[in-house]
Design a protein around this ligand. Sequence first.
Ligand code: SF4
Length: 377
Amino acid sequence: MAESILNFGQQLVRWYHAHKRDLPWRNVDNPYLIWLSEVILQQTRVVQGLPYYEKFAAAYPTVVDLAAASEQEVLRLWQGLGYYSRARNMHATARTIAEQYGGEFPDNYSDLLQLKGIGPYTAAAIASFAYNEPVAVVDGNVYRVLARLYGITDDISSHKGKQFFAKYAQQLLQESLPSVEPSVYNQAIMEFGAIHCTPAAPACNTCPFKQYCYAYTNEMQAQLPVKEKKIKTKQRNFIYFLFDYEGQILVKERMRGDIWQGLYDFPMVEEKEGAPIVSSELIRQTYEQILPLLPLQNLAAGTLVNGLPLQIAGISGTYKHQLTHQSLLVQFVHLKVIAAEFWQQISGAGFLSVSQAVLEELPKPVLLANYLQEYFF
Ligand code: SF4
């Protein structure tokens, strides 16, 4: 491991003032807005997160406003950002702050850590940016900068590695005091990792630390930081069915414990054997799987899908959707129901029947919203 760098904090802060991006949550000491930006930016790039931050800050200027919103409104505004548990936790935390803390954020790291959905990183960000408490933030950018600069080879996905980095980052911040402000130092190190010492193309040639940098000296930029655990992604194939009776659509709310909890989607079937091929037989099997077997003999005759009073109105192309551990291939089948009795039976079977206008407003996984935009509305 490399030696410590003289005046590291001061040099870093100098770099920051010369190069930082102008972002709306910079130079803000309102803990609510800081928290909002941090929650939105977790696992999200700034360009993608920025419009969401602006939407949320405009719709809910204070934590009390956010607490007063319904979960459905919050999820609808969050739609497209993914990781919906973040939105639900954020909303629950806003309610806790409104109800138990009189609408005021706790003003220190350890009290912030007690709140649901606020982990060490977010607590450090709020405590330092809003209250200037000297607690070091450690996010992916900080791991990368420290690992490369100081040649730290501990695995950042291991518990031991995380502990080591947290301790090291804290020590560096302490060493830089009092000549730097904790709030500025923390923002500086994250910004340096985000735009200068980037994962794939660090700008070493113009780096103020290149003469001290372990990774640069040893040509190890690509090997650092060390991350052993590879996330295995699983391929899954879904077919969604949009049952439509005279403009009424069948939807279902995703339940507790589900990654899409609180969002609405359509009846769906998973094809285990590979990419699905939509056929009349598949629709029949799906129907039997996802909806109860209903007495069909009394139903009005019409164009039938394999014996069911359904007409295929359209089959979408295949949508790809990437989740953290899953890669989804999804197709949508739009089915027109052509018998009122049949509709009454299926819409009473644990599903909700909604109009197109309501469907448009409901929070949905983004791939459903994309499909509806492209094929339906
Ligand atoms: S020299 Fe390169 S690898 Fe080292 S800190 Fe600077 S940008 Fe990162």
